[in-house]
Design a binder for this molecule. Sequence first.
Ligand SMILES: Nc1nc2c(c(=O)[nH]1)N[C@H]1C(S)=C(S)[C@@H](COP(=O)(O)O)O[C@H]1N2
Ligand SMILES: [Mo]
Length: 197
Amino acid sequence: MAQDVTDLYREFGEDRLPAGQRKTERFPVLSKSGTPSWTREDWEFEVWGAVENELTYDYEEFRDLPSVTQIQDFHCVTGWSKFDCEFTGVTFPEIVERAGVDDDVEEVMFHALDGYTTNLPLEDCNREEVMFVYGFGDDDLPADHGGPLRVVTPHKYAYKGAKWVTGVEFLTERERGYWEKRGYSNTANPWNEERYS
Ligand SMILES: Nc1nc2c(c(=O)[nH]1)N[C@H]1C(S)=C(S)[C@@H](COP(=O)(O)O)O[C@H]1N2
Ligand SMILES: [Mo]
């Protein structure tokens, strides 16, 4: 059963569609440098940094983790929003529970196959709606949209969700990711139109 979390906007604003966004039925692809290649045999997901247990999962092991399906909205900083995306995967808190995060962790850095990185404060990640997604609708997540595994952050602009994610690093100091170093907002709240910094 899919859980509909599209009402999370109420925490941030009056309207489901954030200011300056337009609704699209399409699902555009935005990647800094194309879709990287990978093989099921070599693919690995790793958790490291300020944690009790560093973790490594191969493709099958990750798929065997407890999963959820959620209906979420998706807001791109370039101005389009896609409503009612059905995503299946593992929640961020599920991974945190397995890793055991140190008390002094401030920031989380996501690492991806194409060299992309993006950061979020731990408290902004540690919510059920932040997911490591491998399923879209009834299918596997398409490669262009980050398959085999991507992050989704429905409470933030979508550049906070790393496609092709293979690593999560827990940091005790603030750091910035790829776009956060290049002028996009570090906080990225769509209902405040935090697009640029
Ligand atoms: N690894 C990786 N993740 C990424 C990107 C990227 O270039 N590489 N682009 C980001 C940006 S700017 C956006 S808007 C969304 C786009 O997701 P989509 O292509 O599925 O629409 O992915 C984000 N995650
Ligand atoms: Mo973007």
